[in-house]
Design a protein around this ligand. Structure first.
Ligand code: Y39
Ligand code: FE
Ligand code: FE
Ligand code: FE
Length: 231
């Protein structure tokens, strides 16, 4: 923690090194928000009883995207959107496949649990080391991400018994992808004073809490979390 604080004092947001890392991390966030927008529209079609609420969430995601685009412009950084598309391709493909066969539980696990927890961890770790403009934007965004995670938790808790087996399989298929994604951006995150250990820790806390809220036991959570480690 102390190290992070010291490092953030030395961050030069205008340096080529920082801007190069930002071109990829900012793109990931922009692409992630765009895909989240689309995923909630898809979920609205799959869950007619929650249609209006899910459309409301999808609109929040497109506002998040606009906010992060402004953060990039503010630092005069051009986001590397091609890199970001590839970065998300594994989770994107799995979400599309699940949606096409009406597997709403898998879709909720991917978007509302895994991706939202990833976003919450990244944004929480970013806020203390962000430039002042991006910090304000990110503080507003992260509050809303908690409400997206909450939607998934509430729905899955209400349908826990019949969703449990599908959740276990979807966790096993998608958690390893998250670790690969984290490994890919470890260096860029470090340049921005975001340490991988802190990202992993925050992610596991959010994700473990979510699984607990849905109805998994501590023993289940340990087992589910371990799948990430064998990526
Ligand atoms: O629900 C949302 O708004 C999530 C899509 C946004 C994804 C953000 C992904 C952040 C990963 C950043 C990795 C930095 C180390
Ligand atoms: Fe968002
Ligand atoms: Fe979200
Ligand atoms: Fe370091």
């Amino acid at each position: 923690m102390q190290q992070l604080t010291d490092q953030s004092k030395e961050l030069d947001f205008k340096s080529e090194t920082y801007k190069d890392a930002y071109s990829r991390i900012n793109a990931i966030v922009i692409e992630g928000e765009q895909e989240a927008h689309e995923n909630y529209i898809t979920l609205a079609q799959l869950l007619p009883e929650s249609h209006d609420e899910l459309i409301r969430l999808s609109k929040m995601e497109s506002r998040h995207k606009k906010g992060f685009e402004a953060c990039g412009r503010n630092l005069q950084v051009t986001p590397d959107l091609q890199f970001a598309k590839e970065f998300f391709s594994g989770l994107h493909q799995n979400f599309q496949t699940a949606a096409a066969s009406g597997k709403v539980v898998t879709c909720l696990l991917i978007q509302s649990l895994i991706i939202e927890c990833f976003a919450i961890a990244a944004y929480n770790i970013y806020i203390p080391v962000a430039d002042a403009f991006a910090r304000k934007i990110t503080e507003g965004v992260v509050k809303e991400e908690y409400s997206h995670l909450n939607f998934g938790e509430v729905w899955l808790k209400e349908h826990f018994t019949e969703s449990k087996a599908e959740l276990e399989l979807a966790n096993r298929q998608n958690l390893p992808i998250v670790w690969k994604m984290l490994n890919q951006v470890e260096g860029d995150a470090h340049t921005m004073a975001m340490e991988k250990d802190a990202l992993v820790e925050d992610f596991m806390i959010q994700y473990g809490e979510a699984l607990s809220n849905i109805g998994f036991t501590t023993r289940d959570i340990m087992r589910l979390s371990a799948y990430g480690l064998i990526a």
